[in-house]
Design a protein around this ligand. Structure first.
Ligand SMILES: Nc1nc2c(ncn2[C@@H]2O[C@H](COP(=O)(O)OP(=O)(O)OP(=O)(O)O)[C@@H](O)[C@H]2O)c(=O)[nH]1
Ligand SMILES: [Zn+2]
Ligand SMILES: [Zn+2]
Ligand SMILES: [Zn+2]
Length: 260
């Protein structure tokens, strides 16, 4: 558990408002989060609860401000979340090749600038955030990056979150949409084990489908599990070796761009 980020807070709400204004004071999400905190013997000190609640409320305000940045430039912001190595950076590299829209990327990793360097090598504007010990991006980290970016020159800004299926789900970073990746080699149980993350998803991408012949993976069962958690979720299958599958992701994004 991450001591300073409040990642033990589990939101039980089945939906999350990404529409702009966030009124989180006393919201249902936070009340249920508080209830959950009191159940946690490691975090049952009222002072600790009060500090974590304040961190999340401040984060939500900053996330709203980040969304104003994106809205004022007509940019669609997409938060990419997954376990480490599920293929977030590889997807971005493949998306630039299909060339359907212009995008920039805010990269979050504990250490190194490797992901941003990979993207810059493909001509993508990328800004690396090194979080040090933090296992997620928060709205303040993203805001710092925003003031170094030229949002006028892009249609979409991706935020590649730190590889982690747990606490990134608790931090609104100011995105409009959440895309959650889950790769075939990770095994069949990820959606059931990390429901908080998958409930936040607007789109779930099953990645590395070219590896399906080598793994026992019941795709239909996993899709049913995803829809049981969130009936409205969109789902696509992706392999970076199949350009048509990348084009489908690009089309989904273009469709969403058209509504902003
Ligand atoms: N076979 C196959 N390999 C893939 C695919 N997508 C990504 N990979 C490989 O999986 C590895 C991890 O991919 P990344 O894109 O770095 O994963 P990531 O989610 O960005 O990882 P972190 O930033 O560390 O969380 C790389 O070696 C990729 O080449 C795919 O569709 N098929
Ligand atoms: Zn954390
Ligand atoms: Zn990456
Ligand atoms: Zn600002």
């Amino acid at each position: 558990m991450c001591k300073d980020c409040g990642c033990s807070i589990v939101e039980h709400s089945h939906s999350h408002d990404h529409s702009g204004d966030h009124h989180h004071e006393g919201s249902h999400e936070h009340q249920s989060a508080h209830a959950h905190l009191y159940d946690n013997p490691q975090l049952n000190d009222p002072k600790t609860i009060s500090v974590i609640t304040k961190i999340l409320d401040k984060n939500d305000q900053e996330a709203g401000h980040n969304r104003e940045h994106f809205n004022s430039h007509g940019v669609l912001c997409i938060n990419l979340m997954s376990s480490p190595g599920s293929g977030k950076t590889a997807l971005l590299e493949a998306l630039v090749d299909v060339g359907e829209f212009k995008f920039a990327v805010i990269e979050g990793d504990l250490e190194t600038s490797r992901d941003a360097d990979r993207l810059k090598a493909k001509g993508i504007e990328a800004h690396q955030i090194q979080t040090g010990s933090a296992c997620h991006l928060d709205a303040f980290m993203v805001h710092k990056a925003l003031h170094h970016m030229d949002l006028d020159s892009v249609d979409v800004c991706f935020i590649e979150n730190v590889g982690n299926l747990v606490c990134p789900a608790s931090y609104d970073v100011g995105s409009h949409l959440n895309v959650v990746l889950v790769s075939i080699p990770e095994g069949e149980d990820k959606i059931a084990k990390y429901p908080v993350m998958f409930r936040q998803a607007d789109l779930i991408l099953f990645t590395k489908t070219d590896l399906l012949p080598y793994f026992e993976y019941d795709m239909q069962k996993e899709k049913e599990m995803a829809r049981a958690l969130k009936p409205s979720v969109d789902i696509l299958e992706v392999s970076i070796k199949d350009e048509e599958s990348i084009k489908k992701v690009a089309s989904w994004i273009k469709f969403k761009m058209g509504m902003r």
